[in-house]
Design a protein around this ligand. Structure first.
Ligand code: SF4
Length: 731
């Protein structure tokens, strides 16, 4: 098959409705009372927390979304972004019809086509790939629950290659480290029992800026009941402002602090000796390992006063086991991230907080059977051994490895589906590799609701309707109370958009795989599943959320013996598996790379109004926060002659220069660092509100540190100088 050289296509004009931009999109909506109000249950899709909500409409027009009061996930409240979900539905820039890449006069562009043309094109290309290379040569990169429909399709075809950037670009090190230590991961939502914590330790975790609903609420409950809060952050974050102890650590030295805390707990006999003896293995190796790392040693690395290190270690011990050293979520920082997360896991074990009230609770979900259908055929190859052979301990696909395995004529992957993930700004330093992959692939399909940058690489763009217009899988996340929540359409799909489940089923029919999708529509699947657990679609359409009784206790019982899913059957302080694979069995501290002269450490993070770059074109959320700012210290501002509100650019250690970004001068950032919110600086012209607004941190992350254990992408080892209009930039 001929390999196409793809030109990146900017979706500038397609689907443009009117030139009016600001807050355009959203219809005027008078207060209700004049028409018929309907309420439809949903599960929010604005971030992965999946809060259950209620969509209120009047005469079929959207009015507002509120939290479902029966939902333990959200306690009946939505965050700012969830409340702005109607903006996603009304966004005038959303994708409106299927698009097919065509080349005329040597120039690529997209042409609107019918669904039949788009789906038949994809099915034909899949068949060609299967015949010429094998049916195991297709892959999926996805984010969000809707990706499961395409995973089912590719598995039915014979390809099992899939990855989610939420692993390699976010929580992978955490999941690997906790699985190595406890035999199971933290999970999502995180199994943190903060509502009962008496002491919470946040290490680079920005709860409050990062609005994971349940986390914000339970941290607030802990603080309201007088819990001690210890925050480790080079930035005076929102959480730092609420803390009893703020430890403004030197970036990249967290493992040194964690080792010093262990040193104090062990040497002052403050650890939970009974828990350690009953449940753990490797304590003697750990004791010996941490001896050199006393607080005085850690001070030289971290800049944290040894007395404060001792004081905070004692505070943790005082409240244990109701002390939670929070595992964080975005954990891909410096490339030694699995070791840092292992140190956090081990510290929690010393405090006896895993499985204990106020620490980490035991999650449960509903036992929900799958709709009866044949099992997909087994893949004829071990794809992980082919695509990511250097990372045998990575339990998930690595997005960057899947892209890499799509480059060149000999590449294993020949066809790629990308579902709801904007790879150019999600996977660091990937644009050139992504373009090469696009040049090599014989089929690249993008399924999305908006014309994000990734659509420019596609052969075919399939417009999905938003979560307010479709059914999806039931939410059945492991948590305190086993609960099901329903997402059901509140509105008909706008334009010519369709739900993902429909696209996958239609493709299956064209490929002769309909036996794997044996339902009339997705309502039939949901109703069948719900009936197996004693409810129905009809009931769930009324209530939205249903709670089920727990089958097991939420915490370890007094004196209970337990077996853990590790090699030794114990909580592994010393990891035999890591030693077997040639890695450090106990966390090792590696000093961070020093900044080049006159550079600032680049720190990025979240803003409460947005979820990555996926919401910056949402007209309601755009109005709340249209652009990001770069935080710089007053001393840096004076040095560069910069004032609050000025626009500057950032130039990284490899010479990459950002879009212009507005300055916020603040004492809340260390003098040697800058901070910016992630998700801005889009160059996709079709996202007209957010195009060119603010700066993109991911373009500045060109130094990517791969974690040797988890295979994940460390992104914090990047540095910038400040470029001003006068050119008077680099200090
Ligand atoms: Fe939606 Fe906010 Fe819940 Fe995320 S935390 S699912 S954005 S309401």
């Amino acid at each position: 098959m001929q390999i196409n050289r793809r030109q990146f296509i900017k979706l500038s004009g397609l689907g443009a409705a009117t030139p009016s931009l600001f807050l355009g999109g959203c219809a005027e909506r008078p207060l209700p009372g004049q028409g018929e109000v309907a309420v439809t249950p949903t599960v929010c899709d604005i971030c992965f927390w999946k809060c259950a909500g209620l969509v209120h409409s009047e005469n079929g027009k959207p009015w507002k979304i509120t939290g479902n009061p029966d939902d333990p996930h959200s306690d009946g409240r939505l965050c700012t972004r969830g409340s702005g979900g109607i903006g996603a539905y009304e966004d005038r820039d959303r994708l409106k019809q299927p698009l097919l890449r065509v080349r005329r006069d040597g120039k690529d562009s997209f042409e609107p086509v019918s669904w039949d043309e788009a789906l038949s094109f994809i099915a034909d290309r899949m068949q060609q790939i299967g015949q010429e290379h094998g049916k195991d040569r297709l892959a999926l990169l996805s984010h969000g629950s809707g990706g499961s429909h395409f995973e089912r399709l590719l598995k039915a075809y014979g390809s099992h290659i899939y990855a989610h950037p939420s692993y390699a670009q976010c929580r992978g090190p955490r999941e690997v480290a906790f699985a190595l230590t406890y035999g199971e991961s933290v999970g999502s939502p995180d199994r943190t029992d903060m509502e009962h914590s008496r002491c919470v330790v946040l290490i680079g975790s920005h709860i409050g800026e990062n609005l994971h609903n349940g986390q914000v609420q339970t941290l607030t409950q802990a603080l309201d009941s007088g819990a001690t809060l210890i925050t480790v952050d080079p930035r005076f974050s929102v959480a730092a402002g609420k803390s009893d102890h703020w430890l403004p650590i030197r970036p990249g030295t967290d493992i040194a602090l964690l080792l010093a805390w262990m040193n104090v707990l062990i040497n002052e006999q403050l650890f939970d000796a009974d828990y350690v003896a009953r449940y753990t293995s490797g304590f003697e190796q750990l004791r010996e390992h941490v001896q050199p790392f006393n607080p005085e040693w850690a001070f030289l690395e971290t800049g944290i006063d040894p007395a404060l290190i001792r004081k905070t270690a004692r505070a943790m011990a005082q409240h244990a086991p109701a002390t939670l050293v929070h595992p964080g979520r975005h954990t891909t920082w410096y490339g030694d991230d699995t070791q840092r997360m292992r140190a956090i896991a081990i510290l929690n074990a010393l405090l006896g907080s895993w499985g204990r009230k106020g620490g980490f609770y035991i999650q449960e979900k509903v036992e929900l059977p799958d709709f009866p259908a044949p099992k997909p055929p087994k893949s004829k190859t071990d794809w992980k051994a082919i695509v990511q052979p250097d990372f045998p301990l990575a339990p998930s696909g690595l997005s960057q490895a899947v892209i890499e395995a799509s480059i060149g004529e000999e590449a294993h992957i020949k066809g790629l589906f990308v579902y709801a993930t904007n790879l150019p700004i999600t996977v660091p330093n990937i644009r050139e590799r992504l373009q090469r992959a696009a040049d090599s692939l014989e089929l690249l399909v993008v399924v999305d609701t908006q014309p994000a940058e990734i659509t420019g690489y596609a052969d075919v763009v399939l417009p999905e309707c938003t979560y307010l217009e479709r059914h999806d899988n039931l939410r059945n996340s492991p948590e305190r109370v086993p609960t099901l929540a329903l997402r059901t359409p509140a509105f008909e799909p706008r334009h010519d958009s369709k739900p993902g489940w429909w696209m996958a089923q239609q493709l299956a029919q064209r490929l002769g795989l309909e036996k794997y999708f044996p339902w009339k529509d997705y309502a039939e699947v949901l109703d069948w599943q719900l009936q197996q657990v004693g409810t129905s679609l009809e009931e769930m359409q009324r209530i939205g959320v249903k709670r089920f009784p727990r089958r097991t206790a939420m915490y370890f019982q007094q004196g209970e013996t337990r077996s853990f899913n590790t090699q030794s059957g114990k909580i592994e302080l010393y990891s035999g598996l890591l030693a077997e694979f040639g890695h450090d069995a106990l966390p090792r501290y590696t000093p961070p790379q020093p900044p080049p002269p006159n550079h600032y450490q680049l720190i990025y993070g979240r803003a409460p109004a947005h979820t990555f770059g996926r919401t910056t074109n949402n007209p309601l959320l755009f109005e709340l926060m249209p652009e990001n700012h770069v935080w710089i210290s007053p001393s840096a501002a004076v040095e560069h002659g910069i004032s609050n509100g000025d626009y500057i650019q950032l130039k990284n250690q490899d010479g990459v220069v950002s879009n212009r970004i507005r300055v916020r001068v603040t004492e809340r950032i260390a003098p040697n660092a800058v901070f910016m919110a992630h998700g801005f600086g889009h160059n996709a012209k079709g996202m007209r509100l957010t195009h060119g607004v603010g700066a993109d941190d991911s373009s500045l992350i060109t130094n990517v540190k791969i974690d040797p254990i988890a295979g994940t992408t460390g992104m914090r080892a990047n540095f910038v100088t400040l470029v001003t209009d006068s050119g008077g930039s680099e200090a």
